[in-house]
Design a protein around this ligand. Structure first.
Ligand code: AMP
Length: 542
């Protein structure tokens, strides 16, 4: 017997309809790339998202065609989020921090049709447009009078002129909630990047879950400043959860330095924020140097890489801000666990509480997790035994876009590539990464990419790239190199060799010449051993 309740698909358009109907005067504040502060409301977002939808229809885009963005966190980006997905297109948020060659590869793989970009990313678009044959329309996120006349980009449109002539009425189409809504590429540890393709259903379920009290605890009374970029797994789902609750949104645009973010938090009464540890490091330094305090901020989600204990302490003890340590992945939309204490743990002494807060936290309802040994046997939740972390749930990836990499699942579970412990209360802690990618400032650096470049130098026989701990960036790459005996190359020459071959911030901080790189039985480089050998190494910048 089936239930007799109404059957409505979970669609992203319903979020913006809801925000318009119930929170039409809810504020959205953005620091624009132009430098000024822009203010409007959820009601305005809804109107302009409809204009975006009409404008996309005007380009004759088909259902599921990809609409790409290269943009900071801002109100126009938000309108495209709802206008593209709501009208049945797939929002593809490109990461502007990638090297232009990577942007080209990803845009071609995604078969993007439209690219909307902030003017600060014009040089990237100029570098890539001739190599992206599927992109037929380029839209600069600016007023008509700010559109450059000599950009070299054919048929470049101004966003304001493009949507300005469109009606703000639009009937959102109804379709299968499992239809694709947005996509995000994750740097492949082996081979090319692969894309997670989110659905309307997965996005809405994630939006509900993220707003729960033991997760991000988002409500209509919050003013949220997502420092996490909208091109990093949809800003961890905050734009959707904000529409679902009617929370105020405050967008920092391209001004991501500690001072600008602090000023915006204070000026707009921000209660809540989210970002990777690196950004907070900059802000805490700014606040300490200038003897500043928060007026309204009470909590912040920190994730993407492990949050250092000193940061949790500083937020809590010096500024009265609760840190919610979170773990997730692009493949998980991204939220998997969040560290909020249980009632019984509130009675523990501060140090014992801190030990729990350092963990990545408890699974959110909707995410099931387990740790397994090499043979796939489930391991105990004792807080000590560690194993490969596997997850499953309705917002966890089932397959990569275009089936890249084959079937990623193991008996229906997604292997995260992380190694973790889980304690008896269900708190998970990442102990290691089974992958060797390097996390710098919350962004991936593929060690293989770096090694491939180094190996292209004639004097390099073998190269292994590993991450070294760095107080500001979390990790910075260095490359260990075995030279050809008959050739000479200096450290500086090798570092120079990287120029132009990868993004600047991905270039290793140092080259260490070694006699040999430890190899395993099958001839694979053993990076764990290499790290041991270099345990007394110090980055030149420290
Ligand atoms: P991404 O797909 O770029 O978001 O990266 C996901 C990976 O980042 C995870 O598989 C973890 O290795 C790492 N990660 C995310 N959050 C945390 C955290 N709180 N602590 C440690 N590692 C994390």
């Amino acid at each position: 017997m089936l239930g007799l309740m109404q059957d409505h698909p979970l669609l992203i358009s319903s979020l913006i309809d809801f925000a318009q109907r119930h929170h039409a005067d809810g504020e959205i504040v953005s620091r624009r790339v132009e430098g000024d502060i822009h203010r409007y409301t959820w009601g305005d977002v809804a109107k302009r998202a409809r204009q975006v939808a009409n404008a996309l229809d005007g380009l004759n885009l088909a259902f599921s065609d990809r609409v790409a963005t290269l943009a900071w966190n801002g109100y126009r980006h938000l309108e495209i989020y709802f206008g593209a997905s709501g009208s049945g297109r797939v929002l593809h948020t490109l990461n502007p921090r990638l090297h232009p060659d990577q942007v080209v590869w990803i845009a071609n793989h995604a078969e993007d049709q439209v690219l909307c970009f902030d003017m600060s990313f014009l040089p990237i678009v100029q570098a890539v447009h001739s190599r992206c044959p599927t992109i037929k329309t380029y839209v600069a996120l600016c007023d008509a009078d700010k559109l450059p006349t000599d950009s070299g980009i054919p048929h470049l449109l101004s966003y304001e002129a493009w949507i300005g002539k469109q009606p703000s009425t639009y009937v959102w189409p109804t379709f299968d909630e499992n239809s694709a809504s947005s996509m995000c590429y994750t740097s492949g540890t082996t081979g090319n990047p692969k894309a997670a393709l989110y659905s309307h259903r997965s996005t809405l379920l994630h939006a509900y879950a993220a707003a729960l009290p033991d997760v991000m605890c988002i409500s209509a009374r919050d003013a949220i400043l997502p420092v996490v970029p909208m091109f990093h797994v949809n800003a961890w789902g905050i734009p959707y959860s904000a529409a679902l609750t009617g929370a105020k949104l405050v967008f920092p645009g391209g001004a991501m330095d500690g001072k600008s973010i602090y000023e915006l938090i204070e000026a707009e009464g921000v209660t809540y924020s989210a970002g990777v540890p690196t950004v907070w490091q900059m802000m805490l330094t700014h606040m300490k140097t200038n003897n500043l305090k928060f007026g309204t901020m009470t909590r912040t989600v920190i994730g993407g890489s492990a949050c250092p204990p000193a940061m949790i302490r500083a937020f809590n003890d010096d500024y009265g801000v609760e840190v919610l340590h979170a773990w997730g992945m692009t493949e998980m939309s991204p939220l998997g666990t969040l560290c909020t204490l249980k009632n019984k743990q509130l009675k523990l002494p501060p140090d014992a509480q801190m030990q729990i807060r350092l963990k990545q936290g408890r699974a959110i309802f909707g995410v099931d997790m387990k740790i397994v040994d090499e043979a796939g046997n489930e391991l105990p939740w004792d807080g000590k035994t560690y194993g490969d972390l596997l997850v499953k749930g309705p917002w966890v990836l089932g397959a990569y876009f275009k089936g890249e990499g084959g079937d990623p699942l193991v008996n229906g579970w997604f292997p995260t590539g992380d190694v973790a412990t889980i304690d008896a209360d269900g708190f998970m802690q990442i102990t290691d990464r089974s992958k060797d990618v390097i996390k710098s400032g919350g962004e991936w650096i593929s060690s293989i990419d770096i090694e491939n470049i180094a190996m292209a130098h004639p004097a390099v026989m073998m190269a292994a790239c590993i991450g070294m701990p760095h107080p500001k960036w979390d990790e910075r790459p260095i490359v260990a190199v075995v030279k050809r005996p008959d050739m000479a190359v200096s450290r500086d020459e090798l570092l120079q060799f990287f120029e132009g071959k990868t993004a600047k911030w991905q270039i290793p901080d140092d080259v260490v010449f070694v006699d040999a790189i430890p190899l395993g039985a099958t001839g694979k480089m053993q990076k764990m051993k290499l790290r041991e050998e270099l345990k007394n190494y110090q980055l030149p910048s420290l």
